[in-house]
Write a protein of this length. Structure first.
Length: 228
């Protein structure tokens, strides 16, 4: 069983609060990378090519619940939670997506750590009731092709939603925008998946994100993924 995987969207109320939020998440990511081996991913991101969007995103993956609990108890995280709860920092409550791993439907390459600006996507994929099981074999073909034949795909995973049985999420990172559109999207596996499952969906939204700080791979992650 894999540990908690969280994607969060924080809508800050001003540019100053946004910069302070990024600063605090940057500090937390450095501490997690250096001192918390069970924090496998901890990334601070902002919307790509949307200068008027003041939201800040976080992607966090933990080896197990104990690692999550330990991280949440650190002083800088507790201080950040208190700061965000003052009433003036955020325009709305944080939007938290709790993800659940699906066996063999995710991978991360160590090479993602060498890219200063990976092209990152969080996808939201809605399905008609009880149709996700039908889509899983097609997603498996996409993941396997992406892993085996697309070295420029640095992180790729399909996840269930904790709490919504008709929702899947994708977490993706590519070496460039061009690799996404010219290689991955044009793959036969994607073509077949869309052809065979598009009618099962109720919606698809891509959130294009830019890495501000943190990391999307840590030594030890592979062992954790093998337990999913």
């Amino acid at each position: 069983m894999s540990g908690p995987f969280i994607v969060a969207r924080l809508s800050t109320s001003s540019e100053e609060h946004r910069e302070e939020c990024i600063r605090r998440l940057t500090s937390a990511s450095k501490y997690a990378q250096d001192k918390e081996p069970g924090v496998l991913k901890y990334a601070c991101l902002v919307p790509r090519d949307q200068p008027d969007d003041q939201s800040v995103w976080a992607i966090e993956q933990y080896a197990d619940k104990a690692s999550f609990d330990s991280h949440m108890a650190t002083p800088h995280v507790q201080d950040m939670i208190s700061w965000m709860g003052t009433g003036s920092v955020l325009t709305e409550a944080p939007i938290i997506y709790q993800l659940e791993s699906i066996p063999d439907l995710s991978f991360s390459r160590a090479q993602v750590t060498t890219h200063s600006d990976p092209y990152i996507i969080v996808g939201e994929i809605g399905y008609k009731p009880d149709q996700i099981p039908t889509s899983i074999p097609h997603w498996a073909a996409v993941v396997n092709t992406t892993k085996d034949d697309e070295p420029g795909a640095l992180v790729y995973g399909i996840y269930k939603s904790v709490g919504d049985p008709n929702q899947l999420y994708s977490v993706e990172a590519y070496e460039s925008k061009e690799f996404l559109w010219d290689v991955h999207v044009k793959s036969k596996a994607i073509e077949e998946s869309v052809k065979n499952t598009k009618h099962l969906r109720t919606g698809l939204k891509h959130n294009f994100l830019k890495l501000e700080a943190g990391y999307l791979f840590k030594d030890g992650e592979k062992a954790s993924q093998q337990q999913t």
